[in-house]
Ligand binder design. Structure first.
Ligand code: CMC
Length: 392
């Protein structure tokens, strides 16, 4: 049928109108509510940018303090919730745990699931943003076999998260301010990215009126894939596999070979065809962290920088406009901070929750909101009559 336009991967279909994030892929521009991403990453913090994405404006002092209180009020999880973790094998991937336990939140908070009530929507939003770091840190602690750490609300969002991940009993844990500030930057860079796959998933799930916590779980499932949020983990694994600079050309050839499914992880983007503005801030944050931890001559960083240099000079990558994306340097940074590779995408999910929530709210507030229901172009069998099994 010629009634619908076929658009695989939705490269030319706008699914909604949005006020939240602007991307110009040719210029390499990314704006949250009009503010350039690098200015926010350099000067702001998690709470402030979350407020901006949700409300549309930067907060004044009073609004900042009020929002911080709203979020910290909800950082704890129900005691029963902790039992979900025990059902997972110790070697479960933390993203598998996240898919399960975040979905399970929908069974706990019945007073914040009426999506038609703006007050309940707000509480569900605050709960999600507040509990994600707690839930993510618990996934990490579960995998390494250490006891869960209770949130500490006098700390900043990021400091509290680092403490919940890395503090161990009977030892004083002191937050390294440089690491906390670098992680704040990483979170800000990942918070929103308009109608990417996982955000579109959250919107589509939410368009049916589904439970908000379940919608976020759907977003987490989509983010997990290596073409999306899973790329940071895949990029680091790739750098480790390459190992030494002399093996780079071999991998470049492999990436160019069309009979080989291998791609340079952390390279290329659906929208950015000039450069990924997040990658620049990320590269700088990476050097800051390695300096703060006094890590000199990190072999992975050396491989990364050389790989970037060679790829940027290669005809194939130039012609296809493939540049390092945000995930190219985030893995090295997170690894230096002490996060296991399997946690990288979980950290992405913590940050992206803010964008998912902002987009979900915007969708529900849109007077034109309807259930998302794409059509198709049918290419199967024409109408035919049933034939009994004996006669086939
Ligand atoms: N290495 C080698 N070749 C590549 C790469 C790569 N990383 N990325 C794209 N290409 C080639 C691809 O083979 C295709 O070539 P041809 O035209 O000859 O068939 C051409 O470039 C266009 O690629 P595409 O797959 O049609 O582009 P897309 O917009 O559908 O995919 C992408 C975008 C990000 C999925 C893809 O570039 C990719 O797989 N990159 C590696 C994974 C990655 O780093 N993902 C993170 C994206 S940023 C964070 C996030 O979104 O979560």
């Amino acid at each position: 049928s010629g009634m619908f336009t076929l658009d695989p991967g939705f490269t030319s279909t706008a699914s909604c109108e949005s006020h939240i994030t602007f991307i110009d892929g040719d210029e390499g521009t990314l704006l949250y509510r009009g503010y350039p991403i690098d200015e926010l990453a350099e000067n702001s913090d998690f709470i402030e940018v979350a407020y901006l994405l949700l409300s549309g404006e930067l907060p004044d002092e009073g609004q900042y303090a009020g929002f911080k209180d709203d979020i910290t009020y909800h950082t704890m999880v129900h005691e029963h919730f902790k039992q979900f973790y025990d059902g997972f094998r110790r070697d479960a991937h933390p993203m598998a745990i996240m898919c399960g336990v975040v979905g399970a939140l929908s069974a706990f908070y019945h007073d914040s699931t009426d999506i038609h009530d703006p007050e309940q929507r707000k509480i569900a939003s605050h709960r999600m943003i507040a509990k994600m770091p707690t839930i993510a840190a618990m996934a990490h602690k579960y995998c390494v076999g250490q006891p869960f750490v209770t949130p500490r609300n006098e700390l900043s969002y990021t400091e509290n998260f680092l403490r919940m991940c890395f503090s161990v009993p009977a030892e004083d844990y002191e937050v390294n301010k440089t690491l906390a500030s670098a992680l704040d930057k990483i979170f800000i860079l990942h918070m929103d990215h308009e109608q990417n796959a996982s955000t579109s998933t959250v919107r589509l799930a939410g368009s049916s009126g589904a439970n908000p916590f379940a919608c976020i779980a759907a977003g987490i499932a989509c983010l997990w894939g290596p073409a999306h949020g899973g790329a940071n983990e895949a990029a680091l694994k790739m750098l480790q596999e390459i190992g030494t600079k002399d093996r780079i050309p071999e991998y470049i050839e492999k990436a160019k070979d069309k009979s080989d499914p291998f791609r340079l992880m952390g390279f290329g983007h659906r929208v950015y065809k000039n450069y990924d503005p997040r990658a620049k801030v990320m590269q700088k944050a990476c050097h800051e962290v390695l300096d703060a931890l006094d890590i000199k001559d990190d072999p992975l960083l050396e491989v990364a920088m050389e790989l970037e240099r060679i790829a940027l000079e290669d005809e194939y990558f130039i012609e296809k406009k493939l540049y390092p994306n945000i995930d190219f340097y985030s893995g090295i940074t997170l690894k230096a901070m002490g996060f296991p590779t399997s946690m990288f995408t979980v950290l992405f999910a913590v940050a992206r929750t803010v964008g998912w929530i902002a987009q979900w709210q915007e969708m529900l507030e849109d007077p034109n909101q309807r259930i998302g229901r794409p059509r198709q172009i049918y290419t199967g069998a024409a109408k035919r009559s049933f034939v009994a099994r004996d006669d086939r």
